[in-house]
Design a protein around this ligand. Structure first.
Ligand code: NDP
Length: 478
């Protein structure tokens, strides 16, 4: 199977005729090829997006909304096909793709398609002098670059507000998980999205991704991915005065107090640790536990995690494959480093070899580690796999210090029944999001993003629509 670029409304092969292999993580085998796009493909995409911009920007919000809602409907109609594709391409359990990834992709389109129908702008009445009003105008051609962990979910999370606000878009999915982005381009054609409004180019981040960042006609970049890549992107785009939204890595604390609702905390912590094989930027990879319940937590948590079924992601399992051979090596490297540092591997810690179809797949047991200091590499660096560490604390101040003690600040989870403590700690956590007695409960209207090395800017709700527009103040003399 060959996936194609989507440029100027057409599905087309890469100009230079070069292709990359696409591997199924559960089998370790090549199952499709994607364009290794170059600056030549980008030139066509930017020309198409530039030509489409004036008409798309002038199309009223109601018309843009109608087309985007049609795309959302089509995602829902093709939900099962898309879920199967996401599971095959990423290695995630099919059940997760069915309940999370694909419904959320449709929700993203629907949310921003309807948000623009209810948008208003500010006025400032300067008594006796002037009336100011704010116009929010689309930027032009913008770039959206997304990672492999939640492929269609994050791809549409960026594209939807960009299109809704009236921009035309050049989008690049991760080369590791291109399949649903390709299927999405087919749905856009079916929905009647005008040619050139959305252009999807596949290929290597360092080649076509970097070319998008460098292109002078692409005026804004919305990027989700690793912190190191974010740094490279900022170094290129900032001196060009491009608007930048960077959603980067995390090393999220999950803080557990003795007074929490134990059962709810336990079942949610299993999910927040190992959903999507721990490959969600919001996973709580550092579990910080009040010392009085540390041993109890260890026993109960290990028992629960041992019940997780690991196996072929197309079947009824809880844990599928990690995304690539390279990523498997990286994760196993961290586990081996923990062993060398004398840590206790309480559960997991080894690669899993399955029989049959998945004999060469990239499977790792859900792994729980304790006995490491809070400042060692495993507690400081993002592993982004099925690995969590446990750290005990004695006082509230100590818990906050450990939670804040990394370069990251994306999301934190807090488990306690004490309301005043909740407010006190939530205020002090250096984190873009604080979940209290829950995890990954999302309301698309809320600001989403990180502090410190976890990113710059916010997505979600009006924040995303503001990012994808320029504010213009019009001042009229009274
Ligand atoms: P990467 O940073 O490696 O890649 C992200 C995207 O950027 C991919 O499409 C990649 O292409 C592309 N890319 C790579 N190099 C460049 C470049 N020089 N210029 C332009 N684009 C480039 O991240 P991963 O795909 O490995 O995703 C995992 C990371 O994403 C984790 O750190 C995770 O925390 C973070 N993440 C953050 C989220 C947030 O909201 N804060 C949400 C989800 C994930 P290619 O795949 O072809 O290399």
């Amino acid at each position: 199977m060959k996936l194609l670029n989507y440029i100027n409304g057409q599905l087309q092969e890469p100009v230079k005729g070069q292709w990359l292999d696409n591997i199924e993580p559960a089998t370790g085998k090549v199952y499709s090829q994607i364009p290794a796009s170059t600056a030549d493909d980008l030139a066509q995409a930017v020309a198409a997006a530039g030509a489409a911009f004036p008409a798309w920007a002038a199309t009223g919000a109601a018309e843009r909304s109608t087309i985007m809602l049609r795309i959302a409907d089509l995602i829902e109609q093709h939900q099962e096909r898309l879920a199967q594709a996401e599971s095959q391409d990423n290695g995630k359990p099919i059940s997760l793709a069915r309940v999370m990834d694909i419904p959320r992709a449709a929700a993203n389109m629907r949310f921003f398609a309807t948000a623009i129908l209810h948008q208003s702008t500010e006025t400032h009445y300067n008594e006796g002098h002037s009336l100011n009003y704010t116009l929010r105008q689309p930027i032009g051609v913008v770039g959206c670059i997304s990672p492999w962990n939640l492929p269609l979910y994050l791809f549409t999370w960026k594209i939807a507000p960009a299109l809704a606000a009236g921009n035309t878009v050049i989008a690049k999915p991760s080369e590791i998980t291109p399949l649903t982005a390709f299927l999405f381009s087919e749905l856009c054609i079916e929905a009647g999205l005008p040619a050139g409004v959305l252009n999807i180019v596949h290929g290597r981040g360092t080649e076509i991704g970097q070319a998008i960042i460098e292109h002078p006609k692409i005026k804004a970049i919305s990027f989700t991915g690793g912190t190191a890549t974010g740094k490279t992107i900022a170094a290129t785009a900032a001196p060009m005065f491009k608007k930048l939204s960077l959603e980067l890595g995390g090393k999220n604390p999950n803080i557990i107090f003795a007074d929490c609702n134990w059962e709810e905390m336990l079942s949610t912590t299993v999910r927040s640790s190992f959903s999507n094989q721990g490959q969600i930027c919001l996973c709580g990879s550092r579990i910080i536990i009040e010392r009085s319940v540390y041993e109890r937590f260890k026993t109960d948590f290990v028992a629960r995690v041992k019940q997780l079924r690991i196996g072929d992601p197309s079947t009824d399992v809880n844990v599928g494959a990690v995304v690539s051979a390279g990523h498997l090596d990286k994760i196993m490297g961290y586990i081996n480093s923990a062993r060398q540092q004398g840590a206790n591997i309480l559960s997991g810690g080894t690669r899993v070899f399955l029989d049959g179809r998945c004999a060469e797949g990239y499977f790792i047991e859900p792994t729980i580690i304790d006995g490491l200091s809070a400042d060692c590499n495993l507690n400081q660096e993002e592993i982004f796999g099925p690995v969590v560490t446990l750290i005990p604390f004695d006082t509230e101040e100590e818990a906050i210090a450990i939670a804040n003690g990394t370069q990251y600040g994306l999301a934190a989870t807090l488990w306690t029944q004490d309301l005043t403590r909740t407010h006190r700690i939530a205020e002090k956590l250096e984190s873009g999001i604080v979940w209290v007695n829950c995890w990954l409960v999302r309301d698309l209207r809320t600001p989403f993003g990180g502090v410190k090395s976890s990113g710059v800017g916010r997505e979600g709700g009006w924040e995303a629509l503001k990012f994808f527009t320029e504010a213009k103040n019009v001042c009229v003399k009274l």
